[in-house]
Structure formats: structure tokens, C-alpha cells
Design a protein around this ligand. Structure first.
Ligand code: HEM
Ligand SMILES: *[C@@H]1O[C@H](CO)[C@@H](O)[C@H](O)[C@H]1NC(C)=O
Ligand SMILES: *[C@@H]1O[C@H](CO)[C@@H](O)[C@H](O)[C@H]1NC(C)=O
Length: 320
């Protein structure tokens, strides 16, 4: 290929990724960044596997509020981190650990937003999921407000509302189904779905979309008025492995969250779930391929680049 062709391709690829992030942003300024982040995530994962789903969810919650700018990482009484939807996030210590090692290796160079984007990818790989190239070059934000978290998707949201909230971030219906497929790993506390099991929607009966064999299992793990902090797999039977069984669970009425199960109830999202399951007659979609593509889109939401924002010295505080 001619040099001109290469340059053209390289330029359009960079542009297609959007907003100025690019793969290998730290190639000259911090060549070991990816291996340092990867080794750190792995070290923590080996003693505490729950950091993998924790980091994936943390990246999602970072990107949907003020863009992927590390605003979720800021400590304080009125920051995003202190807000209801973020209280159960896990893995902050992993980001802080990676940051302190990177400050030794290449001081003042790598943003916390990039560390989180890389760590989310590494977390998926550690749970047997696919890998993908993560464009970097994000800068860290200087604003983090608890009140901004109000617009995060909620577990009671209808599919129309879920679609609206993703569309507002430039993500289409296929991205929605693909990214919520991140629930193939991790757990949810009983407090987020036990209302489905007993007196759902004041009907005096459980949510009718729950599989009849799954219901007694959920009830015994999450008794009425029991411990709301107890955690149950989001992908029944396979919550520590990144695979497609989350989608077959939805087909079988075995989604844990109401918002998850609705992806099967709604025709437009069910069609995409079916494509991931390889239902005959439909154009197949490969989850392991689509997930990386949708993650790259998500990880470019509202990114700050160039001279915007800052490179934080520690990830838990805005520079003084
Ligand atoms: C409609 C959109 C979504 C809703 C309503 C939603 C809601 C939730 C809820 C209620 C939990 C349980 C939290 C807890 O008990 O600690 C959870 C966990 C989780 N979510 Fe989502 N989520 C959504 C989309 C996503 C996306 C796009 C991703 C990633 C790409 C994601 C990744 C995760 C992961 C990995 C967990 C497990 C966390 C852990 O085990 O610590 N979610 N989600
Ligand atoms: C809950 O009840 C209301 C009022 O009866 C109804 O309009 C709504 O569709 C119900 N929601 C679900 C999820 O069943
Ligand atoms: C999910 O699957 C496992 C089998 O691995 C089963 O023992 C468990 O009780 C199931 N149900 C729930 C609600 O997690």
C-alpha cells in the first residue's frame, strides 16, 4: 500500500473513532501504559474477582455522566461517586493502584479516564471475554456532581426509556442490547429486583415475565423483607464468565433485573437478542465482536481531548 493510501486510511480511522482519541496515544510518552494497567487489574482480580464486573460498570457510569472523563472517580460528599446509583460500584482501588504506578513510570502523562477505559477492557478479557483496541487520549474532567447521575438508566426503565437514554449518548438500539449484555458478568443486590418477586406493581403477584422455575430460586435467595444487600448473579449460572448465556437467560424468562427481562418482552430489542442467539432465519450477530465495537463507541462519549480538562495527579481528586 502506498504511503499516501496509508496516511489516508490512518486519518480516516482516527476520525471514525471520533473526538480525537486514538489507539496508541501514549506510544511515545508512556509505552508501558497498557501492560501496567493490565497487570494491575489482573493482580486485583486474582484476589478479588468482583473487581472485573465492578470496573466494567464503573466505566459505563463514567461515560454516561459528563462523558468518559474520570468524573466518577472523585471523592467527596456531593460528587458522582457519592450518588445513589454509584454507591455499590467496586474497583476504585484498582484505578488508584494503576495510577500510582503510572505516576512513577511516566509522571503527569496518563489520564484517569484512560486508565478506566483500559481497565474495563482488561476486566472483560480476564472473565474470558473478547479483547479490542481501546483508543486513548482522554483528558480528566474537573466537574463531578451527584445531581448529574439522575439521568443514568434505571432498572425500572421501559425499553423506550432505555433507548432514549442511549440515543442521547449516540448509541443505537443494537448498542443498547449489546452493552447491557455486559450483565453477562457480575451480580445485583436483592434490593434492585426483589419487588418483582412478591407484590409486583401492586398486583399482589410476581412479575409475570419471570420463568416459573426461576421464581422460587430468586425468592429463596431474596426472601421478602430480607437482606437487600445480598448479591445474585445477573446471568444465572454463568455470572463469572463473559459469554452469551445472558441472552439465552432472557429468552427463558431468567433475567434478574426488570430492565433486562424487558429486552426480551419488547419486539425491537428481542430481535437483536435473537440475532445474538443465532436464531434461524435471522442475520446472526457475534456478541464477542459487537461488544468491542459498541464499547469503543461508548468509551468515546463526550471525551475531553487536546487542551481540555487536565491530567489528574491522583484519580480521586481534581488537581488543586
Ligand atoms: C439500561 C441500562 C442498565 C441498567 C438499568 C443497569 C442496571 C444495573 C443494576 C441495577 C446493577 C446492579 C448493581 C448492584 O447491585 O451493585 C447493575 C450491575 C452491573 N451492570 Fe448494569 N445496567 C445497565 C447497563 C449496563 C451497561 C451498559 C454495562 C456495561 C457495558 C453494565 C454493566 C454492569 C455490570 C458489569 C454489573 C455488575 C456489577 C458488579 O457485579 O459489581 N450495565 N446494572
Ligand atoms: C403497572 O401497572 C400500571 C397500572 O395498572 C400499568 O399501566 C403498567 O403497565 C404496569 N406495569 C407493568 C410493568 O406491568
Ligand atoms: C442460578 O443457577 C444456579 C446453577 O448454577 C442455581 O443453583 C441457582 O440457584 C440459580 N438461581 C439464581 C436465582 O441464582
Amino acid at each position: 500500500m502506498s504511503i499516501l493510501m496509508f496516511l489516508l486510511l490512518a486519518t480516516t480511522t482516527t476520525m471514525a473513532l471520533g473526538q480525537g482519541t486514538r489507539v496508541g496515544f501514549y506510544l511515545r510518552t508512556c509505552p508501558r501504559v497498557e501492560s501496567i494497567v493490565q497487570a494491575t487489574v489482573k493482580k486485583h482480580f486474582q484476589s478479588n474477582p468482583t473487581v472485573a464486573p465492578g470496573l466494567l460498570r464503573m466505566h459505563f457510569h463514567d461515560c454516561f455522566v459528563q462523558g468518559c472523563d474520570g468524573s466518577i472517580l472523585i471523592d467527596g460528599s456531593s460528587t458522582e461517586k457519592s450518588a445513589g446509583p454509584n454507591l455499590l460500584l467496586r474497583g476504585f482501588d484498582v484505578i488508584d493502584d494503576a495510577k500510582s504506578q503510572l505516576e512513577n513510570a511516566c509522571p503527569g502523562v496518563v489520564s484517569c479516564a484512560d486508565i478506566l477505559a483500559l481497565a474495563a477492557r482488561d476486566a472483560v478479557v480476564l472473565t474470558n471475554g473478547p479483547t479490542w483496541l481501546v483508543p486513548t487520549g482522554r483528558r480528566d474532567g474537573r466537574v463531578s456532581l451527584a445531581s448529574d447521575t439522575d439521568n443514568l438508566p434505571a432498572f425500572t426503565d421501559s425499553v423506550d426509556v432505555q433507548k432514549q437514554k442511549f440515543a442521547a449518548k449516540g448509541l443505537n438500539t443494537q448498542d443498547l442490547v449489546t452493552l447491557v449484555g455486559g450483565h453477562t458478568i457480575g451480580t445485583a443486590a436483592c434490593q434492585f429486583f426483589s419487588y418483582r418477586l412478591y407484590n409486583f406493581n401492586s398486583t399482589g403477584a410476581p412479575d409475570p415475565s419471570i420463568d416459573s422455575a426461576f421464581l422460587p430460586q430468586l425468592r429463596s435467595l431474596c426472601p421478602e423483607n430480607g437482606d437487600g444487600s445480598k448479591r445474585i448473579g445477573l446471568d444465572n449460572g454463568s455470572s463469572d464468565k463473559f459469554d452469551t448465556s445472558y441472552f439465552s437467560n432472557l429468552r427463558n424468562g431468567r433475567g434478574t433485573l426488570e430492565s433486562d427481562q424487558k429486552l426480551w418482552t419488547d419486539a425491537s430489542t428481542q430481535a437483536i437478542v435473537q440475532r445474538f442467539l443465532g436464531i434461524r432465519g435471522l442475520a446472526g450477530l457475534t456478541f464477542s465482536v459487537e461488544f468491542g465495537k459498541s464499547m469503543v463507541k461508548m468509551s468515546n462519549i463526550g471525551v475531553k481531548t487536546g487542551g481540555d480538562g487536565e491530567i489528574r495527579r491522583v484519580c480521586s481528586a481534581i488537581n488543586g
